[in-house]
Design a protein around this ligand. Structure first.
Ligand code: PLP
Length: 396
């Protein structure tokens, strides 16, 4: 058997590797604090779970329409139009199993061999992976702490070539938690409009997880962007539904039948009981979400304050998402080694900044996905661990 070249370079998410080792350690009796996965530790809200169970009992266990269950598409279109300030009809909404397939479908639909796709570095590792899978060249767009973790628009201009066809944007940004302000998004849209044949793929999966008065600004709302923008969003983070696999795309009209066909080819449909639970997530009470968001804010504050109190660590306060991204460069140890050692020596599961691209060197990502007392314990262990590293460095 010969494996095709196109899949040999597929990227991955290193969080899974750290989680696997953490589980092995736990099976051997070690105790681990889990800060590796970007997924809420809260259970899915009870009304969502009940809706899923009721749908199963009612027999919604067969194929659904490939583009999605019409009432859910309508509800998403209505919610989307209200929250983004731009009217989107339901026929431009496609329901898919999670947000990730949208990345896949966008790259397959928009990129030809030899073309280029730009993505943020550090950034979600699946973006360069799907660009390369489509046969195109992934072009990193640096995200730097000195620019408040906002990628530079002047630099973007220098990366654009006549072959650039796709640009990934992610705000709030994983892993840094930065949130793109309105003026920045406006300027980005101007740049995109200047480039014929360039599509913007905006990943807005964290758009409701905002803090400190931050505002989510979708590029889709700006003039001339509806025909060149694909929006990625879903239920995983907002409604603590990562395992249900429920996401959606908002696409320009010509892409809707293509995405629908990709669904038919790849998975036929998104499970119907999952979609009914999703409708309940949109229509039901918001309290579980608000409670979760407030808890994430408290944990973020505790982590940021605690990390900044550790000598050699610097951590800015993210305004979106639920991860923190401290600089640990002063330890002098590469991020990946540091993350593995931190897991082995102290039982703290994190993800190295380099899992999000080479520009993530010198950083670790901690997800605020464990209760406050465990965060306090994690901070004690991280401090002890880095203290040992400093003592060892001094002795050399
Ligand atoms: N987009 C970003 C930026 C993410 O961080 C994640 C999950 O970590 C996803 C998309 C994936 O979402 P889903 O689980 O709905 O596929």
């Amino acid at each position: 058997m010969k494996i095709a070249r196109r899949v040999r370079g597929l990227g991955t998410e290193q969080a899974f590797a750290f989680a696997a080792r953490a589980r092995e350690m736990e099976a051997a009796g070690r105790e681990v604090i889990h800060l590796e996965f970007g997924e809420p530790d809260a259970p899915s809200p009870p009304h969502v779970v009940e809706a899923g169970i009721a749908a199963l009992r009612a027999g919604h266990t067969r194929y659904e329409m490939p583009a999605g269950w019409p009432p859910l598409r309508e509800a998403i279109a209505e919610e989307f139009s209200r929250t983004r300030g731009v009217r989107v009809p339901a026929d431009r909404v496609l329901v898919v199993p999670g947000a990730k397939p949208v990345m896949f479908f966008a790259a397959l639909s928009l990129l030809e061999e030899g073309e280029e796709g730009i993505y943020p570095d550090p950034g979600f590792p699946i973006y360069p992976s799907v660009i390369a899978l489509a046969g195109a060249k992934p072009v990193p767009w640096p995200v730097r702490e000195e620019n408040a973790f906002l990628p530079d628009l002047g630099e973007l201009r220098s990366l654009l070539t006549p072959r650039t066809r796709l640009l990934f944007l992610n705000s709030p940004h994983n892993p840094t938690g930065s949130v793109a302000p309105r003026a920045w998004v406006e300027e980005l849209c101007r740049l995109v409009r200047e480039c014929p044949g360039l599509a913007l793929v905006t990943d807005e999966i964290y758009s409701r997880l905002l803090f400190d008065g931050a505002e989510h600004v979708s590029p889709l709302a700006f003039e001339g962007m509806a025909e060149r923008t694909v929006v990625i969003d879903g239920f995983s983070k907002t409604h603590a539904m990562t395992g249900w696999r429920l996401g959606y795309a908002v696409v320009p009209p010509p892409l809707a039948p293509i995405f629908e066909r990709l669904v038919v080819n790849a998975v036929s449909c998104t499970p119907p009981f999952t979609q009914r639970a999703g409708l309940e997530a949109i229509r039901g009470p918001r309290e579980p979400f608000e409670k979760m968001r407030e808890e994430f804010r408290r944990r973020r504050d505790a982590l940021v304050e605690g990390l900044n109190a550790i000598p050699g660590v610097r951590c800015s306060k993210p305004r979106g998402g639920f991860c923190v991204f401290p600089s640990v460069r002063e330890s002098g140890v590469p991020s990946e080694k540091l993350a593995w050692d931190l897991l082995e020596e102290e039982g703290i599961a994190s993800v190295p900044g380099t899992a999000f691209g080479p520009m993530g060197e010198g950083y670790l990502r901690f997800a605020c996905t464990t209760p406050l007392p465990r965060i306090a314990e994690a901070l004690r262990r991280i401090e002890r661990f880095l203290q040992r590293r400093r003592t060892a460095a001094k002795a050399r």
